[in-house]
Design a binder for this molecule. Structure first.
Ligand SMILES: Nc1nc2c(c(=O)[nH]1)N[C@H]1C(S)=C(S)[C@@H](COP(=O)(O)O)O[C@H]1N2
Ligand SMILES: [Mo]
Length: 313
């Protein structure tokens, strides 16, 4: 499958995503309708009741060959379902994400527990083709579907004390059997500065390849921060907390000398146990050079003007 996209453009034909994760009844609710008229293309109908605004301009994408869907959904890191790359697909088959709730807390005017549908309803879904560069020196190019994280966060009205945003994954060792072993200090935690969280590239993703998010990729909702190592893109989020202090993050807690809070993709700073200069694009044989900020320097480098990136790795 080869799809070529310009960095700032998405063809008209692909602007409206395929029906996503809402089932028929939920569509009716989303569109505020009880008739049957919306059945043919329920997603389009639901979208029509939303403000899709300058959708195309916001749909930032890169001009590279897209990773095979079969690879992106079968070679995963999701330790809640096992530490092997093929474990998440196999072990998450029965994971149910119905009635998903997200607890919003800390420095904001609108804390509370939000249903996923309610949280997303005001926002149009965008498709973004982004590189994802794992700290283990492999990468993929994935067409994500989602909403800019900043739009969602604004709706909770962060206070002036909100300097950081922390995220938590579901903690349920029955539903997530990998949590029955102490591989990480569960639940998986991640965090961003407020500037990183509000940056237009940062996506809350609910799907990929035109479909609902597969369990192994972080259903029903996960972060995608394309200029950072993959582990910052936390999956299956149930908690969002605004804070004044820098939040704890799982990989930093596990090995602070190896994984810093920032974890920007940086070929100039090696991981203590391996080089970060090159990467293997999944599906390709030869390695390629890793790009500063994973190729997004033009968009994000200014966030770090005042930081020594060798110290703040
Ligand atoms: N909750 C949780 N989120 C997670 C992980 C994890 O183990 N648990 N792994 C991270 C790592 S290391 C990577 S590289 C990406 C992989 O995302 P993908 O499987 O969709 O490619 O998810 C990140 N998010
Ligand atoms: Mo990773």
């Amino acid at each position: 499958m080869i799809k070529i996209k310009k960095r700032w453009e998405i063809p008209e034909s692909e602007v409206t995503p395929e029906p996503l994760y809402r089932r028929r009844r939920e569509f009716m609710q989303a569109a505020g309708t009880i008739g049957g008229a919306l059945l043919l293309n329920p997603w389009a109908a639901a979208q029509a009741s939303l403000d899709i605004g300058d959708y195309r301009k916001k749909a930032i994408s890169i001009d590279e060959e897209i990773t095979e869907e079969a690879d992106a959904t079968s070679y995963n890191n999701f330790y809640e379902f096992g530490t092997g790359k093929e474990d998440p697909k196999r072990n998450s088959k029965r994971f149910k994400t119905d009635d998903w709730k997200i607890e919003v807390s800390g420095e904001c005017e609108k804390p509370g527990t939000y249903g996923l549908e309610d949280m997303l309803r005001p926002f149009p879904i965008e498709e973004r083709i982004y590189r994802l560069r794992c700290v283990e020196a492999w990468s993929m190019v994935i067409p994500w579907l989602g909403v800019p994280l900043g739009s969602i966060l604004q709706s909770f009205q962060p206070t002036s004390k909100a300097k950081y945003v922390g995220f938590k994954t579901l903690h349920d060792p029955v539903r997530m059997p990998g949590q029955q072993r102490y591989v990480l200090d569960w639940p998986y935690r991640e965090g961003l500065t407020i500037a990183e969280a509000m940056h237009p590239l940062t996506l809350m993703s609910v799907g990929m390849y035109g479909k609902t998010m597969p369990n192994q990729n972080g259903a029903p909702i996960r972060l995608v921060v394309p200029w950072k190592y993959g582990f910052k893109s936390i999956k299956s989020i149930v908690g969002i907390e605004f804070s004044e202090a820098q939040p704890q993050t799982s990989w930093n807690m596990a090995a602070s000398g190896e994984y810093g809070f920032y974890s920007n993709v940086n070929p100039q700073v090696d991981h203590p146990r391996w080089s970060q200069k090159r990467e293997r694009r999944i599906g390709e044989i030869f390695k390629r050079d890793t790009l500063m900020f994973n190729g997004y320097a033009e968009e994000v480098a200014e966030l770090y003007d005042d930081l020594d990136l060798a110290v703040n790795f």
